[in-house]
Design a protein around this ligand. Structure first.
Ligand code: NAD
Ligand code: MG
Length: 396
């Protein structure tokens, strides 16, 4: 029988690539429900018509009315609750929402005991303890879509005993500004930051890749996803055993080093359809090859350490991850505010790290064990970060 799939964030980069994966194996997957934010209603309506999905959710309540009008016969649901209800329609939910807004889908899917194909890393970073608890629901399982974590997930299957994992090694492309000095980076434009050398993605994660915050968030994501040994916060591999290496070709998607000194890696061309298909087909494998390497060609792969002094966001993330509790939620919120301000032309690229750092200086520690506490921490951190953006604007 075909697996029933629900897709949150269907109009984005992950969303549209998920629809391609589903269309390539129609006997295997049935799209039952899709949903998005509401800024691109026409695409959402077109997707619902094309796929025949019977349930459509729109996070923006005002936009939901026009979607319902355009899709008679469809069950159109509005608001955050509408998006969260998609889990009821499916065996597996793909969370391709961008940012903290994806938290509801992550938690609702796990609490409903469904499989979560997770692209939305922000929910895991901001809501760590709450997500870990939801993950203990019978039937709930996370299969990562983020390419690095999907690679590690695959590497870990080559090793029965997780106690024998020594290090997780996340690869980073280095982004568009790899090799540049702080002086050269003082005047980079939005357009330059949005030009990624190896991946085509939504604007927020593309800016995160340019600052290395994406890799910082992924370090925390790896800590939350993989274990044992369990840390004090219920998460897995400790941060001091998670490394980052810059690998400009984006062919090695990440690696695991075991206690005997072996390193296991996953290699393929940079194509998100592979990790999406992996998370959908798990524990089986997709039969449609995407991103396969041609090993008859000559090939060179490079690896170098990240420039942590110039790309300060990476170590800000390590520090927030080590602090735990509310710190990753504050880091995430400050980053979302700073990136939005940069994209809106309100601050410079180099201000992003400064805004995050000054926000974290005002951190109010909290164990963040309830969803309400996570929402409150996010809101508080956003107001602190917004004030930091205004200070930056005034001093320009
Ligand atoms: P995107 O900007 O292209 O798409 C975002 C989607 O989220 C859209 O469908 C939008 O309608 C929806 N959305 C926005 N605000 C919403 C809200 N308030 N409520 C509900 N839906 C909302 O983003 P993307 O590049 O596809 O990234 C999505 C997620 O996947 C991010 O967390 C990103 O870090 C992660 N990710 C993306 C890639 C990639 O290749 N694009 C790779 C790895 C991880
Ligand atoms: Mg990634």
């Amino acid at each position: 029988m075909a697996q029933r799939v629900a897709l949150a964030g269907s109009t984005g980069s992950i969303g549209t690539q998920t629809l391609e994966v589903l269309a390539a194996e129609p006997d295997r997957f049935e799209l039952t429900a899709l949903g998005a934010g509401g800024s691109d209603v026409d695409t959402l309506v077109e997707q619902a018509r094309r796929t025949g999905a019977k349930v459509v959710a729109v996070a923006d309540v005002d936009a939901a009315a026009s979607v319902a009008e355009a899709l008679p016969g469809c069950d159109v649901r509005a608001g955050g609750e509408g998006l969260e209800s998609l889990a009821e329609e499916a065996d597996v939910v793909v969370n391709g929402v961008v940012g903290f807004a994806g938290l509801g889908v992550t938690v609702a899917t796990l609490r409903a005991g469904r499989r979560l194909a997770l692209a939305n890393k922000e929910s895991l970073i901001a809501g760590g303890p709450v997500v870990q608890e939801a993950r203990r629901t019978p039937g709930a399982v996370i299969v990562p879509v983020d390419s690095e974590h999907c690679a590690i997930h695959q590497c870990l299957r080559a090793n029965d005993n997780l106690e024998r994992v020594d290090r997780l090694v996340l690869t980073a492309s280095g982004g568009p500004f790899r090799g540049r000095t702080a002086e050269q980076l003082a005047s980079v434009t939005v357009e330059e930051a949005l030009t990624h050398p190896t991946w085509s993605m939504g604007p927020k994660i593309t800016v995160d890749s340019s600052t290395l915050m994406n890799k910082g968030l992924e370090v925390i994501e790896a800590h939350e996803l993989f274990g044992p040994p369990a840390g004090p916060d219920g998460a897995g591999v400790p941060l001091e055993r998670i490394d980052v290496v810059v690998h400009p070709q984006s062919i090695v998607h990440s690696m695991v080093t075991t206690t005997d000194g072996a390193t296991i890696a996953q290699l393929s061309l940079p194509d998100m359809r592979l990790p999406i298909a992996y998370a959908l087909a798990w524990p089986d494998r997709s039969t449609v090859a995407v991103g396969a390497m041609d090993w008859t060609d000559a090939l060179r792969l490079d690896f170098e350490p990240p420039d942590r002094a110039t790309f300060r966001c990476l170590d800000l993330a390590y520090a927030a991850g080590r602090a735990g509790g509310a710190a990753p939620a504050w880091l995430n919120a400050a980053n979302e505010v700073a990136v939005a301000a940069f994209l809106a032309g309100r601050c410079r690229w180099s201000d992003i790290a400064t805004i995050i750092e000054s926000t974290l200086d005002a951190l109010e520690p909290d164990p963040l064990t309830t969803l309400d506490a996570v929402l409150a921490a996010d809101e508080h951190a956003r107001s602190v970060a917004e004030a930091a953006v205004r200070t930056t604007e005034e001093t320009r």
